[in-house]
Design a protein around this ligand. Structure first.
Ligand code: ZN
Length: 419
């Protein structure tokens, strides 16, 4: 097909028909000789569904209690880069992972997130199985919606029901656990019994103010088990600060001691893994997590992927970066409200004092990282088209940057390349 650049890895065949993904003028298309699609078709949801039926490996699957890693992709462009990151490493990837909060801010639907990951899997020719996590879902109606869309992992956030001011474990977590049980039962009802679709279920109490004590950990596990909740991962609030897009803040020795205690409880009960949220750039504690958890854990990242995209833009289109940065400064106060950050904007170097060459280096400075990390919604709302254009124009470099940066995450977590 003239003018269409086919991604060679994407080529699939079935019943003497061929299917591949191609790009023309920065837009992607499905090329096929199957009359079901026509020679050139757009990447619509209907086409995604038809393709899924033909090629089951394009569908997300459950992971169970193997170790896994969440590559939250806010833009829906990163999956081929994540596939590159995985090469030679043994880890179950969750390519579709977005929280309700992220989707509200990026203007994407649950379905968009699933479809984008699928097209990425198709483009990269990946066949190793991947998960789809509806992250930090709070409302029961959203649980049902995610179920209907085909998500395979459900991360229930009961923080609206956690009573942080209470003194005893029952009063702090009692209502939250009831909510988790309700959501679990809803999912069981929703999943078509004939298909017997299994799900990965995560209970998450990480977005609370008090660190989870070992006693609370035991209490939560016992209550959930007693109610028949077959959860595969548990996200606790660990000691110290897990701020967005920067390394761990706190006493690493204290973290280690606490994490070892939680990991021991997890092994004692068995049947689930610990899940570490806000895992972006927590380089100093990754080796501890890996060792203490005996190599079995789930880690979630999201913002760090977006920051790599921002870094690429600062290289390729400094003017665009400057307008994104200025908008971020204007939106910061409004956007920071639902994020846990201690950003000091006075420490972010003034843009007009920086030459274009210095811009990418800004993304190494914690305050600037957080500034760009949490204002993504406002930035995308205003500059979506330019941002996607720049990233699509430079997609190979985008993938390489993701591979390097996320590869560093995986290596530090002990998920190394086999030589
Ligand atoms: Zn979380």
């Amino acid at each position: 097909m003239k003018g269409y650049n086919i991604y060679p890895e994407s080529k699939l065949e079935k019943n003497n028909k061929t299917y591949s993904l191609a790009q023309k003028d920065l837009k992607k298309y499905l090329l096929s000789d199957d009359p079901e699609f026509g020679p050139i078709s757009e990447l619509t949801h209907a086409n995604a569904n038809k393709l899924r039926k033909l090629f089951p490996h394009l569908n997300p699957v459950t992971c169970g209690i193997k170790r896994s890693f969440g590559f939250g992709d806010r833009l829906g462009l990163a999956t081929p880069g994540h596939v590159k990151t995985l090469k030679g490493r043994e880890i179950f990837p969750v390519f579709a992972q977005q929280s309700i909060r992220e989707m509200e801010r990026t203007g994407r639907s649950m379905q968009d997130v699933l479809d984008d990951a699928m097209w990425g899997v198709f483009q990269a020719g990946y066949r190793g199985g991947y998960g789809a996590d509806i992250d930090h879902v709070k409302k029961e109606e959203d649980v049902i919606k995610a179920c209907e869309c085909g998500y395979t992992m459900f991360t229930i956030d009961p923080s609206d029901y956690v009573n942080d001011r209470a003194k005893d474990i029952v009063s702090i977590y009692g209502k939250a656990i009831e909510h988790i049980i309700r959501c679990y039962n809803l999912i069981q009802e929703c999943v078509n019994p004939e298909q017997r679709r299994r799900v990965d279920f995560e209970a998450s109490v990480d977005e609370t103010t008090t660190p989870t004590t070992p006693e609370a950990h035991r209490f939560i596990v016992e209550k959930l088990r007693k109610a028949g909740v077959n959860f595969t991962s548990l996200a606790l609030r660990f000691i110290g600060d897990f701020e967005k897009g920067i390394d761990y803040i706190g006493d690493i020795e204290v973290f280690k001691e606490q994490f070892l205690a939680h990991a021991a409880i997890c092994r004692e009960f068995g049947g689930y893994k610990l899940s570490i949220h806000s895992g972006s750039d927590k380089f100093s504690i990754y080796p501890i997590i890996s060792e203490a958890a005996h190599g079995v854990f789930h880690i979630k990242t999201a913002g760090t992927n977006w920051l790599e995209a921002v870094r690429l833009i600062s290289h390729k289109d400094p003017a665009l970066y400057r307008s994104m940065h200025e908008l971020a400064l204007r939106s910061f106060e409004k956007d920071r409200k639902s994020y846990h950050v201690t950003t000091d904007l006075s420490k972010v170097p003034a843009l007009d004092k920086l030459s274009d060459e210095k811009l990418p280096g800004l993304l190494n400075e914690n305050n600037a990282r957080q500034l760009m990390h949490i204002t993504y919604g406002s930035i995308l709302k205003d500059m979506r088209e330019e941002i996607y254009k720049t990233l699509n124009l430079n997609e190979d470099e985008h993938y390489e940057m993701l591979k390097t940066h996320l590869g560093r995450h995986l290596s530090l977590a002990g998920i190394c390349k086999k030589s």
